[in-house]
Ligand binder design. Structure first.
Ligand code: TRP
Length: 333
C-alpha cells in the first residue's frame, strides 16, 4: 500500500514573523497532513533573496522557522524537513524550466507586479523568476498536492502549465500537482481593520498577532481590537465583522464551535470577551514558544534535522532532475 500514499510538498519563506493566521492556515494544517501524506516541507530561503535580505537576519530566521515548525508539531521523523539552498537541484531544474516559460507569463503574475511596485528600486531577474523556482521546488518532488494560501494560486497554476508543457513535448515526466487551498487562516482578519486579512507585513502591527508575541502583547492587542456597534457577542460576518473575527479566533484556539463560543459570552460585554480571546490565544502559544526557545538552544539537533532532511530531499530531487536531463538531451556520464 506504500505507493498509494500521495506526495505533498510545501514551503515557507524565512522572512517576516508569522501570525496566528499563518499558524492556522499553514503550520497547524501541516501537522495534520503529515499523517495522511508523504510530506516534504522546505524553508524557501532562495525565494527569500528575491527581495533584499540582511544576511545575519536571514540566517537567524531560518533556524527560528525550523524550530517553530518542530515546536508546532511538524515531525522530522514523519516528513522531510529541509532548507531549499541545501539541495542544488532547485536551481538546476529552475534553469531548465526557464526555457519552458515565457517572459510574458511572468510579467503577468500578480505577485510580481505587486512586489515590483513595492520594491521599485530592485526589480531583479529573481523576482520575476520566482514562480519558476517555485515550479522547480514542486515538480522535483513529484508532488500530488501542494497546500498553499490563496495568494499562491497563480503560481500553482503556472507550475501546472509548465509541467503539462514539458510532459507534452517529451513524455510524462512530472506529476501535475493539485493545489490544496487553506481556508481557515485565510479567514482571520486584521484586528484593527476586519475588512483586511491579518498579514505578516501589515502596516499597523497592532492588527496582527505574531507567534512570537508575549502574553502581555497578545492581551493588549486583543483589548484594542475593533469591535462593532451593539454589545452582543454574536457571529454575524456581515454586520459584526470585528466581533465575528474574534469569535472565529476564539473558537479555533479553544477547539469549540462558533455556537459554543457564543454561549460562553452570553450576557457578557465586549471587554470580558476580548480578554478571554486574548487568554486562549496566549495560553495556546506559550508552550509552542517555550519549545521553540528550547530547540533554538540546541543547535546540534537543528543542524542534524537539516542534514538528514537535505539528504532525503536530495535523493528524491536528483532522481527527477536526472530524468529531465536525459529527456532534454544533456549528455550523461
Ligand atoms: N511562494 C511561497 C509563499 O510565499 C513559498 C514557496 C516557495 C512554496 N516554494 C514553494 C509554496 C513550493 C509551495 C510550494 O508562500
Amino acid at each position: 500500500m506504500e505507493n498509494t500514499v500521495k506526495k505533498l510538498y510545501s514551503a515557507v519563506q524565512p522572512t517576516n514573523n508569522l501570525t496566528i493566521g499563518n499558524y492556522l492556515g499553514a503550520i497547524k494544517q501541516w501537522v495534520q497532513l503529515q499523517d495522511e501524506y508523504d510530506c516534504t516541507f522546505a524553508i524557501a530561503n532562495m525565494h527569500a533573496i528575491t527581495v533584499r535580505q540582511d544576511p545575519a537576519n536571514l540566517r537567524r530566521k531560518t533556524l527560528e522557522l525550523l524550530a517553530l515548525y518542530i515546536a508546532c508539531g511538524v515531525d522530522p521523523q514523519k516528513c522531510t524537513l529541509y532548507l531549499q539552498s541545501h539541495v542544488p537541484c532547485h536551481a538546476e531544474l529552475a534553469w531548465v524550466l526557464n526555457t519552458f516559460t515565457y517572459v510574458g507569463e511572468m510579467e503577468r503574475m500578480t505577485q510580481f507586479k505587486d512586489k515590483s511596485a513595492k520594491h521599485a528600486d530592485n526589480i531583479n531577474m529573481g523576482l520575476m523568476d520566482y514562480p519558476v523556482l517555485m515550479a522547480a521546488d514542486i515538480l522535483l518532488y513529484q508532488a500530488d498536492v501542494v497546500p498553499v494560501g490563496l495568494d499562491q494560486r497563480q503560481h500553482l497554476e503556472i507550475t501546472r502549465d509548465i509541467a503539462v508543457r514539458f510532459n507534452n513535448i517529451y513524455s510524462p515526466t512530472f506529476t501535475v500537482p493539485e493545489g490544496l487551498y487553506m481556508k481557515v487562516g485565510a479567514k482571520i482578519a486584521d484586528l484593527s481593520d476586519p475588512s483586511k486579512k491579518m498579514s505578516k507585513s501589515a502596516e499597523n502591527p497592532n492588527g496582527s498577532i505574531f507567534l512570537t508575541d508575549d502574553r502581555d502583547t497578545i492581551l493588549r492587542k486583543f483589548r484594542r481590537a475593533v469591535t462593532d456597534s451593539g454589545n452582543e457577542v454574536k457571529f454575524d460576518a456581515e454586520n459584526k465583522p470585528g466581533v465575528s473575527n474574534l469569535l472565529s479566533i476564539y473558537s479555533v484556539f479553544s477547539d469549540k464551535t462558533t455556537a459554543e463560543a457564543e454561549r460562553d459570552f452570553e450576557g457578557k460585554g465586549y471587554g470580558d470577551f476580548k480578554q478571554a480571546v486574548g487568554e486562549v490565544v496566549a495560553d495556546r502559544l506559550a508552550p509552542i514558544q517555550a519549545e521553540q526557545a528550547r530547540l533554538l538552544a540546541d543547535k546540534d539537533y537543528l543542524n542534524a534535522v537539516l542534514k538528514s532532511g537535505a539528504e532525503k530531499a536530495y535523493s528524491a530531487a536528483r532522481k527527477t532532475l536526472s530524468k529531465v536531463y536525459k529527456k532534454i538531451g544533456f549528455y550523461q556520464l
